[in-house]
Design a protein around this ligand. Structure first.
Ligand code: FAD
Length: 546
């Protein structure tokens, strides 16, 4: 019988092991992990820190005993693989009882990623903790329970946001520090500002565009020093500034890597014969841009691990592992924010021409109680293909993202989004669902029915065009762009001469609150011979983007 050895017993590794057993009852399947736990819910760790998941036991989805009983897996914890000999087909594991050399017929590498530890003075203070393992979460939870009052979270990516939210919910004073211009850097700035506002509402002090330069350990507490001079006292520090593949052992064995990530083919095969790899440690190809980098997300890791087992045991029929779309979501207080596919920066870096649209529809019929806005950003290619989407809001964000993620995987276009039949009754959606509306708006832009201008064009617009604000007089009075002419959209048809006089030959750039009324006004203006464009997402997007 075949002996399959798996290194790393969590997402990708345990998925591979479990699938392998279901495909082959006779194989010997050994899973090695350096930690005390396997099959733990890494994604749940932040929620134990804050106490929302009260018991750490809930994070242990399986144990070596349960895995032996259900799947006859030979799971060996505290086995740190320190060497791979691909010629001899062995790995060597460091264990509490000394080194063990284990032979394999097929080897699956699923070592995941390590938290990046920037080389800052004081970073090794015991109060600085990363959040990767169950013991990390238990330790942080213990400090919270023991009366820690002030926390500093370094890095406002997904994990940093979750940690900050949880620490604030547990009653700590939390400061969140992000080197990039805005929190959740992969999110477009116009949505990230909503996340920042919610963090602030939760009482979290947000420090953007600055980084820690040192940690000063002290007897009572540490002080985190920022590049902008701020000094933040901290009873605990969560370090979440990114991850890198945990592959040094395998690189030393000669496996092909790119910037530390293991190179695999579409079936998870590495450059070494008999060795497969999956998860956070491998290079993945972006489904939209073709960019090559690891995608450190649980869904792709679990699914790729499963497919690697197929590649080993059913090579003739194994399906290729698809390029990753990269869909992610986070909850911050009452807000959900997420993204799928490529963002603007990735599209620009890949040189992919695209249109971007913004809209702010209600998550369900506006007239049904409880309506709130879903703020949507959609990037579409010149050919109409959906390239990326982002969303933020209090409700209904996850389902729109999932439909859009499905659309990207399926290669759908804006017109296909118009045609989607989506679940609708007043508590759940709208007869024109936000996803349908996004498709309609994008299709209008692509066929020229709607011409947009964007927040980024503001300086140019103010210098060269008439800004026509078609909101009500009361809305206009509350705040408006300098030099704007106010003609409510309901009065526009009767007041076109006034607009023509004010424009004095300049183009007209229309704005309203969310883009809906400006679109109507734009069509009136175009029909009357004006050079017109409508502000994408209206003042809501403009204010959030600036
Ligand atoms: P891992 O699950 O990290 O497993 C790797 C295992 O290999 C580890 O147990 C490690 O100890 C072991 N190992 C490494 N090297 C060796 C060695 N040499 N010898 C023996 N054992 C070794 N993703 C999402 O999609 N959504 C989320 O909400 C989400 N939240 C997250 C929250 C946190 C706090 C963290 C840390 C991650 C989160 N993720 C989330 C990411 C997700 O957990 C990872 O993408 C996924 O676990 C990667 O799976 P993997 O199998 O590649 O690696």
């Amino acid at each position: 019988p075949t002996r399959i050895v798996v290194v790393g017993g969590v997402a990708a590794g345990m998925s591979a092991a479990a699938r392998a057993r279901r495909l082959d009852e006779s194989a010997e399947i050994v899973v090695l992990d350096r930690g005390e736990h396997v099959s733990f819910a890494g994604c749940g760790l932040p929620y134990h820190v804050g106490g929302e998941i009260a018991s750490a036991d809930a994070l242990l989805v399986q144990t070596p005993d349960s895995l032996r009983a259900a799947l006859n897996l030979d799971v060996r914890t505290r086995h740190d693989v320190v060497a791979l000999d691909a010629a001899a087909r062995t790995v060597t594991a460091r264990t509490p009882d000394g080194d063990r050399t284990i032979a394999y017929d097929a080897l699956v590498l699923a070592p995941g990623a390590q938290a990046v530890r920037p080389p800052l003075p004081g970073i090794d203070s015991p109060r600085v903790r990363t959040l990767r393992t169950v013991p990390d979460a238990v330790t942080l939870r213990g400090w919270v329970g023991a009366g820690a009052r002030r926390a500093v979270v370094l890095g406002a990516g997904f994990i940093g946001l979750e940690a900050a939210e949880q620490l604030a919910a547990a009653g700590l004073d939390v400061a969140l520090v992000e080197l990039a211009d805005h929190v959740l850097p992969p999110l477009e700035a116009e949505l990230a500002s909503l996340v920042r506002d919610e963090l602030t509402r939760l009482g979290i002090a947000v420090h953007e565009a600055t980084a820690a330069t040192a940690v000063e350990p002290g007897p009572e507490h540490d002080v985190v020093v920022l590049g902008d001079g701020a000094r933040l006292p901290a009873d605990l520090v969560v370090l979440s500034v990114g991850v890198r593949p945990d592959t040094a052992v395998f690189e030393a064995a000669g496996i092909a890597t790119e910037r530390g990530a293991i190179v695999v083919d579409a079936h998870g095969r590495t450059s070494l014969p008999g060795v497969w790899a999956a998860g956070d440690a491998v290079v993945s190809t972006h489904a939209v841009t073709g960019a090559r980098r690891p995608v450190p997300l649980a869904g792709p890791a679990n699914r790729a691990g499963r497919q690697v087992a197929d590649a080993i045991l059913r090579p003739a029929t194994a399906r290729p592992i698809p390029p990753a779309v990269g869909t992610a979501i986070v909850r911050v207080g009452t807000l959900a924010a997420g993204l799928t596919g490529a963002n603007r920066a990735e599209l620009d870096a890949a040189g992919i021409a695209h249109h971007t649209i913004h809209l702010h529809p209600s998550q369900h019929a506006g007239w049904f109680p409880g309506a709130t806005q879903v703020h949507l950003v959609l990037h579409v290619g010149e050919d109409g293909r959906i390239l990326g989407a982002q969303a933020a809001g209090a409700d209904g964000v996850d389902k729109r993202l999932d439909v859009l993620a499905t659309s990207i995987r399926g290669g759908l276009t804006a017109e296909d989004l118009v045609d989607l039949d989506l679940a609708y009754a007043p508590p759940f959606g709208a007869a024109k669902d936000p996803v349908n509306l996004a498709g309609m708006l994008a299709a209008n832009v692509l066929d020229g029915t709607l011409r947009l201008w964007h927040a980024a064009d503001l300086d140019d617009v103010e210098a060269t065009a008439l800004v026509l604000d078609v909101r009500s007089a009361a809305e206009f009075a509350s705040a408006h762009l300098p030099g704007a002419l106010n003609v409510p959209h309901t009065e526009l048809r009767a007041r076109l001469a006034e607009v023509r006089d004010a424009a004095a030959g300049r183009p007209v750039r229309v704005t309203c609150q969310s883009g809906v009324r400006a679109h109507i006004a734009h069509r009136v203006l175009v029909a009357n011979g004006f050079d017109s464009a409508s502000l994408s997402g209206g003042m809501l997007t403009l204010r959030a983007a600036l």
